[in-house]
Design a protein around this ligand. Structure first.
Ligand code: SF4
Length: 361
């Protein structure tokens, strides 16, 4: 079997090569990774692989291309899907094409060793490419040997990278720090509900009922008699919505200064047909006495950071056309009005719902 193995870096190649050799296959490694940025990182990973090819005695073909500008141009409008829609295709197509043109029996990739890659999608991309180029895709789930390979690479003193490759994955590496810094600067914090706020949550309900306010972002608090009943989100909402249930995360907006619950906001991870017009991904409410102090805008800003952590690159928000405060809050956080639709269930006052998208990548 003459196998061409796309090789993303030396540490990932360690287990893949060993495991294939144990099967009696001697892979030829193929370096083509224009997705690695900046240049010094590209050069370090490439040179480490060249060095390792001498240590482990395998043949390495280098397809030289450093591609920051081309890469960014091609992924910038859809960063959330950049791995599957561009990066995997780019690298594996070049590999399959080379394999076909140079008499190989098949191709594979060291990317299959990493538990951090989108394994199943990568497999699908390879299968499609194999069909397109008329060459075999040799699939192996190398993930079982990821830690073993990484440990050996460390023992050999090979350079170990700290992020996947592209400049955006470098940013992701610091995302948690960026979010924490941003939360530190805020007057409020978003916390998941806990018994510590049980009394304040039930008081929130009482005030909203008294005020005849809409319980937006409260995950059905209005229908629950106790905190214990409310906190059982998944079971309760599954029972209520059945097939239309979508997982959501509810946050309490707590003012840091006095630990006061001032608002609630929830992030619905997916959009059903209903949510696409009425409700969107995010709903929120603020205590009547705490309104018009900028808290809604801040709550939305903070929850958008959480959405990013969940891998979202855009979210939908909707509001009644007459709710000027709400539309201002959305626009202040980057909301772009897509259209207005009829408020069929007549939840709001104006009979028209505005639909805004906020990009968060
Ligand atoms: S995160 Fe990794 S696989 Fe995804 S686009 Fe960046 S370099 Fe490619």
């Amino acid at each position: 079997m003459k196998l061409l193995m796309h090789t993303c870096c030396a540490p990932c190649s360690v287990y893949c090569i060993e495991s294939l050799r144990n099967e009696g296959i001697e892979p030829i490694c193929y370096w083509y990774n224009p997705n690695i940025h900046p240049y010094i990182e590209y050069k370090t990973r490439r040179d480490t692989l060249v060095e390792y090819s001498k240590i482990a005695n395998f043949k390495l073909i280098i397809n030289e291309e450093y591609g920051l500008r081309k890469f960014c141009k091609n992924v910038i409008n859809d960063l959330g899907n950049r791995c599957v829609n561009y990066c995997y295709k780019l690298r594996l197509e070049a590999t399959a094409k080379y394999a076909k043109e140079n008499g190989f029996d098949g191709f594979t990739s060291t990317l299959f060793v990493s538990p951090y890659q989108k394994h199943e999608e990568l497999k699908r991309v390879c299968e499609e490419i194999a069909l397109k180029y008329g060459i075999k895709f040799i699939y192996r789930d190398f993930r079982v040997g990821f830690l073993e390979g990484q440990n050996k690479a460390r023992q050999l003193g090979l350079y170990m990278q700290k992020y996947c490759g592209c400049i955006f994955s470098e940013e992701d590496r610091y995302l948690n720090n960026i979010i924490k810094d941003s939360e530190k600067e805020s007057l409020i914090k978003l916390l998941k509900p806990s018994t510590m706020f049980k009394k304040q949550i039930m008081e929130y309900k009482r005030i909203f009922l008294e005020n005849n306010d809409s319980f937006d972002g409260c995950a059905g608090l209005e229908n629950c008699n106790t905190y214990e009943e409310w906190i059982n989100f998944e079971e309760r909402l599954l029972e209520k919505y059945g097939d239309n249930y979508v997982p959501s995360t509810v946050y309490l907006a707590i003012r840091k200064e006095d630990n006061k619950l001032i608002g609630m906001i929830d992030f619905r991870h997916e959009l059903t047909d209903f949510l696409l017009n009425y409700g969107g991904n995010i709903g929120y409410s603020v205590l009547p006495e705490e309104r018009q102090k900028g808290y809604a805008k801040e709550m939305l800003r903070l929850v958008l950071l959480k959405c990013k952590e969940y891998g979202k690159n855009k979210v939908l928000l909707t509001c009644d056309k007459e709710n000027i405060a709400s539309s201002k809050t959305i626009i202040a956080n980057g909301g772009i009005l897509e259209n207005e639709v009829k408020d069929v269930p007549k939840l709001g006052k104006s009979g028209l719902i505005q639909r805004y998208w906020i990009r968060i990548d």
